[in-house]
Design a protein around this ligand. Sequence first.
Ligand code: AMP
Ligand code: ZN
Length: 467
Amino acid sequence: MRLYNTLTRSKDEFVTHTPGRVEMYTCGPTVYDYAHIGNLRSYIMEDVLEKYLEYSGYEVNRVMNITDVGHLTSDGDTGDDKMLKGAKREHKSVMELAEFYTAAFFEDCKRLNIKKPDSVVPATGCIDDFIRVISSLIEKGYAYLAGGNVYFDTSRLDSYYVFNDFSQEDLAVGVREGVEADGNKKNKADFALWFTKSKFDNQELKWDSPWGVGYPGWHIECSCISMKHNGEYLDIHCGGIDNAFPHHTNEIAQSEAYLGHSWCPWWFHVHHLNTESGKMSKSKGERLTVSRLIERGYDPIVYRFFVLQSHYRKTLVFSYENLDNAKTAYEKLIGKISSLLGAGGQPDAARLEGLRSMFTEALDNDLNTSLGITALYDVLKSDADAATKLALVSDFDRVLSLDLIENAKRAAGQDSSLPDEIASLLEQRSAARKAKDFAKADELRAKIQELGYTVEETRQGTVVRKK
Ligand code: AMP
Ligand code: ZN
């Protein structure tokens, strides 16, 4: 498989430290609010990457952190403390806030068929590991104490800006407009590993440490959690493109300084989902969450389909018009697949291999999911028999996770998994609609929704799903 690597700035043949096994790390969410659908674009693409590696025969060990402390994420070390702000906003403790939004995040992932990583590790559970690594960095001369905080000394490295060609002058970390410069730092690019003194005196979560009571910086958590659960040699590290600098740059600096050897040769970055007016934000404009899409009548899988239709290294623009186009295309696709159901016979092995190679060629070429979907259409258009086509749809869906067979069955009315009560309410609703009693139909729909199901009208008829 050829995959783009942000570190080498080229598409290279993917190789791993241990043949047949992939150690994969993903930066997890900062759990102070619901994930927006931009965040989830990154997680969808990382999910496809993991599933395609498995499809290709690798065993994958995937680790993800949960940022529930050390979250001065906006720019460098001096950004807002988002967890603290969120806790105040919602009159919750920081831990309650973290638990609530961690659960909400995995609920959204489930709705989008994003598999939960093998290990999900909250930063607050690894404080001892952070302290151990920071102590060692101080011993080795890579970190220093200043003004009560511990900083990483970037001047000790031969090359710090590994992802880009910026110079220290171009990148005035932490001295952006409205953000105070941290006078404790020896070099502009230095970053905090441990805080005992910061502008957030009211920080709720604090731990004892050799440097006083305090809390860890953001970057150290990913290095430590990965080294603990992936081992010393990470094969691939994932995240949104905004994380390349400073977060991933700092992860590399501290991990390699600690280990004394190179750490992760492959960096997979997903480009952003923007709105038509620009960058997607958790705080500005309409809150574009999965729940919002459901409220507006969209099946979350349609959003997954929309994301897979474009390449992960291109900025994607979200609009309801674009999502409607994806919805129409998805429904047509489901319609085509449902017309194949019920055909008997065995798949034709030779045809299977030939048609399958279009799909693997697409994904082997820098995870080109858009061409992968074209390969799916080509299968459906081909003159192969229905059993062969269905076998391929189901095979490709191991990677795409678009519920293709399930939704085709539902569309064809072959799904009998609904509870009796829901089935009966649906029947009554359909009778009310036939009789043009729309008020009653709406009332019945609300009842079905109250019982935890969504009802959606599609070209293939009414689609009902568990929320
Ligand atoms: P956060 O919860 O802010 O730590 O972000 C979670 C993940 O979403 C990170 O990998 C970010 O790089 C990624 N991300 C943030 N904004 C976007 C966006 N608009 N489009 C795609 N990914 C994003
Ligand atoms: Zn990270």
